[in-house]
Design a protein around this ligand. Sequence first.
Ligand SMILES: CC(C)(COP(=O)(O)OP(=O)(O)OC[C@H]1O[C@@H](n2cnc3c(N)ncnc32)[C@H](O)[C@@H]1OP(=O)(O)O)[C@@H](O)C(=O)NCCC(=O)NCCS
Length: 149
Amino acid sequence: MEPTIRLAAASDLTTIHRIEVGSYPDPWPRSIFYLMRGRASDLFLVAEVDGEVVAYSIGEIEWMHGVKVGHVMNIAVVEACRRRGIAGRLLDELESRFRERNAEYSYLEVRVGNDTAQHLYRKRGYRNLGVLPRYYKNEDGIAMEKPLG
Ligand SMILES: CC(C)(COP(=O)(O)OP(=O)(O)OC[C@H]1O[C@@H](n2cnc3c(N)ncnc32)[C@H](O)[C@@H]1OP(=O)(O)O)[C@@H](O)C(=O)NCCC(=O)NCCS
């Protein structure tokens, strides 16, 4: 079953928050998802399988040292649907939306201990930029980027 990628609706936010809580030791509060949808609604995507939202990704356009970049703020897939290429599909769509907005790079942060996500990003052409000490509450982060050219 192929996932359908579409923009997140306000009515998806409860499900999205449930996926967040099941995916992270220190989940974002629900309020951040409302805020993000208001801020960049065309970069807040969900993946639907059989009419159910099973994953989401959130991006933002930012300026970094005078360069326009796309920031992958969050991506998560419900546990039962992992390893089927859904995160890859969401990243494809986000990156293509970043390109449409003339962003030169896509970048993101990931926990040093999150090997699964690092595999995903490396496979998709992201490279390590460096360690971000104590980026997370109790763990260092790694910054990664991918040129979008
Ligand atoms: C990280 C996450 C989003 C990946 O979602 P997914 O839909 O399972 O990823 P995909 O199926 O698109 O995987 C693509 C590639 O990532 C890598 N990958 C994904 N899961 C992996 C695992 N458990 N172990 C090793 N590599 C893995 C593989 O290279 C995989 O390609 P392959 O299946 O052809 O080998 C998902 O595991 C998740 O929601 N984790 C919890 C939240 C999280 O950590 N988000 C990232 C924060 S930075």
